[in-house]
Write a protein that binds this ligand. Structure first.
Ligand code: 13P
Length: 255
């Protein structure tokens, strides 16, 4: 089954609106035509409007938020709704990132509500899962990933899965400079696909795009994307520089 690669920049809490424009000016010139790879930029909430203005005429690049409330509107100070993100032209929403799970106590049941709110609004969740080093070394890799997938995707239908992207991000590889080897990433992502098969059937599992995230750089992107179960990347640090992110996107187009 052929799956279109998807390469996404998760800028986390970096990039002011001014810096966003300075990044996108050269980057969008490099990718001005549609390519055989989805390219996604996820700025912070305050830079979404500027990014949207810059990206809107570009056929190759889509906009993502880094989080979203599952509530539709109302007295939720500091939160951002699906309608607000749609109004800014967001196509994707990153949900359940390990930093949100560990620093802001987001659990699978809350992430599941956000997944449903994102899908109901017509946007596409990029659902992050991943194990800590302690969990991996303690033999809990498979049970952790299975329960994250079961919990975060509860009551999502097989049809809805066409709009869900999974991002496998081992916590020990995020921002550490330690990348999972291509063999480790492939083996784990194959396992993730097998869980999707149990939950949704072989067709859905074969069609779902699974990104790898964790210290992806221009130097390791080619080897990682060559793995059969790696369908793109969610990139943090190396996506803050337009030249380095462009190199990673090129690996996604070639891979
Ligand atoms: P780094 O690429 O900086 O390791 O971050 C990965 C990540 O968390 C992307 O969501």
């Amino acid at each position: 089954m052929s799956r279109k690669n998807i390469i996404a920049a998760n800028w986390k809490m970096n990039m002011t609106p001014t810096e966003t424009a300075a990044f996108l000016d050269p980057f969008l010139t490099t990718f001005s035509d549609a390519v055989d790879c989805d390219i996604v930029i996820a700025p912070s909430f305050v830079s979404l409007a500027k990014a949207s203005e810059e990206i809107t005429p570009n056929p190759a690049v889509s906009l993502s938020a880094q989080n979203m409330s599952h509530e539709a509107s109302g007295a939720f100070t500091g939160e951002t709704s699906a309608a607000m993100l749609l109004d800014l032209g967001c196509e994707y929403v990153i949900l359940g990132h390990s930093e949100r799970r560990s620093l802001y106590n987001e659990c699978d049941s809350v992430i599941n509500k956000k997944v449903h709110a994102t899908l109901a609004a017509g946007m596409k969740p990029i659902l992050c899962i991943g194990e800590s080093l302690e969990e991996r070394e303690g033999g809990k890799l498979e049970s952790v990933l299975t329960s994250q997938l079961e919990g975060s995707l509860a009551d999502v239908s097989a049809d809805q899965m066409a709009n869900v992207v999974i991002a496998y991000e081992p916590v020990w590889a995020i921002g550490t400079g330690v990348t999972a080897t291509s063999g480790q990433a492939q083996e784990t992502q194959k396992f993730v696909r097998s869980v999707l098969e149990k939950l949704f059937g072989a067709d859905v599992a074969g069609a779902t795009r699974i990104q790898y995230g964790g210290s992806v750089k221009p130097g390791n992107a080619g080897e990682l994307i060559a793995q059969p179960d790696i369908d793109g990347f969610l990139v943090g640090g190396a996506a803050l520089d337009p030249t380095s992110f462009a190199e990673i996107v090129k690996a996604g187009i070639a891979g």
